[in-house]
Design a protein around this ligand. Structure first.
Ligand code: GTR
Length: 425
């Protein structure tokens, strides 16, 4: 059995095997998450222009996740062609077209400390320096590797969209948003980059980073499918992966890209664009992330493209008030990650991000995963609060509390990686 509903505080792969046997019975109870009525009432009062009522989700038909170029795929062998076509649809309509590797790329050690965290970890701060057409761009990666491990370590890479102090290499400041000690104790490496180093999160300045590297100061208007901030952040994740491939202490076949909220949207795009990421983790990524746009629940396409026009290709806003005309929905973004692993997480009080819509994207990506015999997630499988659901290479949880990335979430991500990589130590 490969579909498992884990208990409220799952800890180690050691106990997972026993739980797998229970899962069918638990999953059948139908005690899945429902939005807390008080939270719905409070949120609806605060944001009267948005829908928080399940009964008012409009009827919708999702595009077939197996259809690219008008042809529906039925076999694994036929998938790569459909995948390429679907990827193109996302580039053209949603995230824009990224440039790939720069002409020259090099890595410089900024700091290395083999006895960080009281000897538990090695700290490496690396500069990633890109050159293109005589211009250059630089950003840093902070990486802790577990010293207890002899073999190359699997690594979680966070696309940090919060203050840099949340991923403080000195550890004078510590944050549950990037609980480095916790991951090191579980035998994982943990890395972070600052998304603002790749593209400032500002509609007037977002080009002042990786985008300028490629475009110089080309005058407006940019192409309607030109890449924007989310794609630039994802591009940074790929350059970090380029570095991991050169570091003998990193197992580059076991890298998880992680993001929260806007960072989660970028993590999903990184996982879709770059097949080197073994696991993609989107925490509360919401609209433009894992949530199905056609549900029009919480944040909408109209709202996100007007508040954050610099996140997406300009063309995305053409669909602001006609989501049904989009050739894709976000379940197809998860489908692009198949057959690699993907974990989606939501929070009970984060209705803006539409927890059910995030879960349903996993459900509707199931036909793609089925090409590899991966078990489905079904609409009725939505697990209760704080009970992760693992279906083969896919995972989902909805935790109690507000919009945030917490040590609880990280422990569930590590549990998921444990099940995939048998990282029992
Ligand atoms: C919100 C935005 C969301 C989400 C969030 C965040 O304002 O509407 O889509 O990205 O910010 O990044 O925390």
């Amino acid at each position: 059995m490969r579909i498992a509903l884990l208990p409220a505080t799952p800890r180690r792969a050691a106990c997972t095997a026993a739980l797998l046997a229970l899962s069918g019975a638990i999953a059948a109870q139908g005690d899945g998450w429902r939005a807390n009525p008080q939270v719905v009432e409070r949120t609806a009062k605060q944001q009267t222009a948005f829908n928080y009522d399940e009964a008012r989700v409009p009827p919708y038909t999702l595009p077939n996740p197996l259809t690219g170029n008008g042809r529906t795929v039925r076999t694994r062998d036929a998938w790569p062609e459909a995948r390429r076509a679907i990827l193109e649809l996302f580039r053209e309509h949603v995230y824009g077209r990224s440039p790939g590797k720069p002409q020259h790329l090099r890595f410089e050690v900024v700091e290395e400390n083999p006895a960080a965290m009281d000897g538990a970890a090695t700290l490496k701060r690396m500069a990633v320096i890109s050159e293109q057409a005589g211009r250059s761009h630089r950003f840093e990666i902070t990486l802790f590797l577990p010293n207890a491990r002899r073999e190359p370590a699997p690594v979680f890479l966070l696309l940090n969209n919060r203050p840099a102090t949340n991923a403080d290499p000195s550890r004078r400041e510590r944050s549950g948003f990037w609980p480095a000690e916790q991951l090191i104790a579980r035998g994982y490496g943990i890395a972070a980059l600052q998304v603002s180093d790749l593209a400032p999160d500002d509609k007037d300045r977002f080009r002042d980073g990786a985008i300028r590297l490629f475009e110089g100061s080309t005058p407006e208007p940019r192409a309607r499918n030109a890449w924007a901030a989310l794609a630039a952040w994802a591009w940074g994740a790929s350059r970090a992966m380029d570095y991991f491939e050169t570091d003998r202490r990193v197992d580059a076949t076991k890298v998880a890209v992680v993001g929260h909220s806007r960072g989660g949207k970028a993590a999903l795009w990184a996982g879709a664009e770059d097949e080197r990421f073994a696991i993609t983790i989107a925490n509360e990524s919401g609209e433009g992330g894992a949530a199905l746009s056609r549900r029009v629940f919480g944040e909408t396409l109209a709202r996100i493209t007007s508040s954050f026009p610099h996140w997406f290709a300009d063309r995305y806003k053409d669909f602001a008030t006609r989501v049904d005309a989009l050739p894709i929905d976000q379940h197809m973004l998860l489908g692009l990650i198949a057959p690699r692993a993907v974990y989606v997480a939501s929070a009970d009080e984060d209705l803006w991000a539409d927890p059910r819509g995030e879960f349903l994207a996993q459900v509707h990506a199931s036909p793609v995963y089925a090409l590899w015999g991966e078990p489905p997630m079904r609409a009725d499988d939505m697990p209760p609060l704080n009970r992760p659901l693992i279906a083969g290479k896919r995972g989902y949880h909805v935790r109690d509390g507000i919009h945030n990335l917490t040590p609880y979430d990280w422990d569930r991500f590590a549990d998921f990686a444990d099940t995939l990589w048998k990282n029992n130590r």
